[in-house]
Design a protein around this ligand. Structure first.
Ligand SMILES: [Fe+2]
Ligand SMILES: [Fe+2]
Length: 298
């Protein structure tokens, strides 16, 4: 049975049946938004965002949200970029574009919980990267946001089977990827690798999507994969785990990702985990607010 499901998923992925086409503006936008903040130019962001009407409307909506306490309404994309600042604009642009990939019919699974996990992981990745002196926190954010893109592919091409794997994981308190593998013969990391390559995401995003549940299997970008893998676990342990409460106790310091990451970031050994875990609660609140503001089913 699971072999059959696996074959069907692989066939649909191969022919790109039942999958959305990526909005034309998304790849150039994502590439641009990967740049270090100091190299970004206001006009270029304005031009890129303006090419996509839905995205432009979301950015304006966001800039005018009471969340940012603005006194003057933002009327143009330029106003919105100025109001939100580059970093938040980057978060909004990237998140809106990626959120638009959700299918409209979700067969009973609420995609909000997946986006909350992904946005939470993105935030945790960035803060964690900054805290340990990782070279590119912006890249870490993007990879955190996209690491579970295979889940979105499952929602499109095998929604019933995927939802039943989620149900099992919720009942058993088991990690979702293990339940997917049991019942579908494939987990979202394998699917994520295929779909992100197909969507022409950059090599490091593809490697993270493919290896975040087994960072030692990464053949490139190993410290980035390890960083996202640890952040993903932190989120799953802090109540942002796709609505699944995992029963297994995890000691992050014993995880293979920890050893991998400490090779590149010696600062990791002095990282203040207690403080970081405490700060996580604040990020979680921000994530709930952002997702409720950003995510609107089509
Ligand atoms: Fe995952
Ligand atoms: Fe995840």
């Amino acid at each position: 049975m699971s072999q059959q499901v696996r074959d069907t998923i692989l066939r649909k992925l191969d022919t790109f049946q039942e999958m959305p086409t990526l909005p034309v503006s998304l790849v150039p936008l994502l590439r641009y938004m990967e740049k270090p903040m100091e190299q970004m130019e206001l006009q270029q962001i304005v031009d890129l965002v303006s090419k996509d009407k839905a995205l432009a409307a979301q950015c304006l909506h966001m800039a005018n949200s009471p969340l940012f306490g603005r006194r003057q309404a933002a009327q143009t994309i330029r106003d919105a970029v100025v109001a939100l600042g580059f970093q938040r604009m980057r978060d909004v642009v990237v998140s809106c574009s990626v959120l638009s990939l959700s299918p409209s019919d979700n067969h009973g699974v609420d995609p909000t919980v997946f986006w909350e996990h992904s946005l939470g992981c993105a935030l945790v990745c960035r803060q964690f990267a900054s805290g340990i002196g990782f070279e590119d926190p912006g890249k870490a954010y993007l990879c955190g946001l996209l690491h579970d893109i295979g889940i979105i592919a499952h929602l499109w091409i095998a929604p019933r089977e995927f939802c039943s794997a989620v149900e099992h994981a919720r009942k058993d308190g088991s990690p979702l990827h293990e339940m997917e593998l049991n019942s579908m013969g494939i987990h979202h990391a394998e699917t994520g690798k295929l779909v992100s390559a197909r969507w022409k995401f950059s090599d490091d995003v593809i490697e993270v999507a493919a290896c975040h549940h087994d960072p030692s299997s990464a053949s490139a970008h190993r410290s980035l994969v390890a960083l996202v893998s640890l952040s993903d676990m932190l989120c799953r342990m802090s109540g942002l785990g796709h609505g699944i409460t995992e029963s297994r106790q995890i000691d992050l310091l014993e995880e293979p990702g920890f050893a991998l990451l400490s090779q590149e970031c010696p600062n990791l050994k002095n990282f203040d985990w207690a403080k970081f875990t405490f700060q996580l609660e604040g990020y979680m609140e921000e994530v709930h607010r952002l997702v409720s503001l950003l995510y609107r089913p089509q």
